[in-house]
Design a protein around this ligand. Structure first.
Ligand code: SF4
Ligand code: SF4
Ligand code: SF4
Length: 354
């Protein structure tokens, strides 16, 4: 455990005491019920909402609004956090809840316009695209392959993961009290480097099989394998990993378990970030090794090690939340995207540490 803002560890909900386990069990039970049972459909009908997914969107938005309020009470002295949190909450409330709700009431399919491939893994399946209006299909194709990658190349992964994505949004707001619990060890980093690319590979295998399935004859082996792979991914990755564990483990393993170890979009965006402009720069010989930056890095990056080595760095997993810079008592760290901002030689060393 890093030494940091020690008050964080005095609260039993935040230090893996019994209360934290209780919270984790409650969150996991909620997600198991959401994915595998129909109780929330009954609750949704009681409040005149179309389905349990709409109710979930409502609860998610409320959790982000309330969490965002408390997050800003703690960290709102930073303009970066004020604007970022406001944008995250606004995107969730409009694109993640109100627009899908309005489409549902109009009898149209409820598209979530802020999620792209490969995070929303089925949005580009031939069967899904075929039923979409052309403009919507263009939005998802262009967003997945041009818009988000370009944004990330110039502004860093933060542009999507800490400003737009609803999963990151929940972590940054509702999950803020637990952000310090992420594992900073090298072992966790090694696991992350393997697991995240395995999930990405699985997405591409599934995608290839689904495309093969579109042209396969009834009863063919490709069709059977495609359907099994799709069911497996939907259950194991889409429901259990990203939902039940991804959120359920907030109180025990920090808020970005899914973002760090599983999200296929994080894998792609991380690679783009490594070759893009975004980096964290370090003011030389200013670090006093207090450890706040590492403690509060939700992606488990040992920022202090870079700061003590006077080393600017790029890490594929960095979501640009800006918390390391915010909690540094010496103003050592800075999130940087300008081409002309200081020496670059030091960064090269780290570009291979994907
Ligand atoms: S890592 Fe994935 S789930 Fe997390 S914020 Fe980024 S895109 Fe969203
Ligand atoms: S290194 Fe800093 S900006 Fe990047 S994820 Fe960690 S705390 Fe956030
Ligand atoms: S960079 Fe800042 S927060 Fe991090 S260890 Fe050094 S002084 Fe502390």
């Amino acid at each position: 455990m890093q030494v940091g803002l020690l008050s964080t560890y005095r609260n039993p909900v935040q230090n893996r005491a019994a209360m934290a386990w209780l919270w984790a069990l409650l969150l996991m039970a909620f997600y198991i019920d959401l994915y595998f049972f129909d109780h929330l459909d009954v609750a949704a009908r009681l409040v005149h909402l179309p389905s349990k997914w709409t109710l979930y969107g409502l609860l998610y938005s409320v959790a982000m609004c309330v969490g965002g309020y408390f997050m800003l009470r703690k960290h709102g002295s930073s303009r970066y956090h004020q604007v970022r949190t406001a944008v995250l909450v606004a995107v969730q409330c409009t694109l993640g809840f109100l627009l899908p709700l309005a489409l549902d009431f109009m009898g149209r399919p409820a598209y979530y316009f802020s999620y792209f491939f490969p995070l929303k893994y089925d949005i580009l399946f031939p069967g899904t695209l075929k039923d979409m209006p052309v403009a919507v299909a263009i939005w998802f194709i262009a967003g997945s392959f041009v818009g988000v990658p370009l944004l990330v190349f110039y502004k860093g992964k933060r542009a999507y993961c800490s400003w737009i994505c609803g999963c990151g949004g929940l972590a940054e707001t509702f999950g803020d009290p637990w952000r310090h619990l992420s594992d900073k060890s090298d072992r966790a980093w090694r696991v992350e480097q393997i697991s995240i690319y395995m999930v990405l590979a699985l997405v591409f295998v599934m995608f290839g099989l689904v495309i093969g399935d579109a042209y396969a004859a009834d009863g063919s082996a490709v069709r059977a394998v495609a359907q099994h792979t799709r069911s497996f991914y939907s259950f194991a990755i889409g429901s259990v990993f990203s939902g039940v564990l991804g959120t359920g483990l907030y109180p025990l393993m920090g808020t970005r378990v899914w973002c760090r170890f599983g999200c296929p979009m994080a894998a792609v965006l991380g690679l783009i970030q490594k070759f893009g402009r975004f980096r964290v720069t370090v003011k030389k010989d200013m670090c006093i090794a207090c450890g706040n930056c590492s403690t509060y890095c939700e992606m488990g990056i040992d920022v202090r090690a870079y700061a003590m080595a006077n080393q600017d760095f790029k890490r594929a997993s960095c979501v640009g939340c800006g918390m390391c810079a915010h909690v540094c008592p010496r103003g050592v760290l800075r999130l940087e995207t300008r081409d002309d901002a200081g020496p670059h030689e030091a960064i090269g060393t780290w570009t291979l540490d994907l």
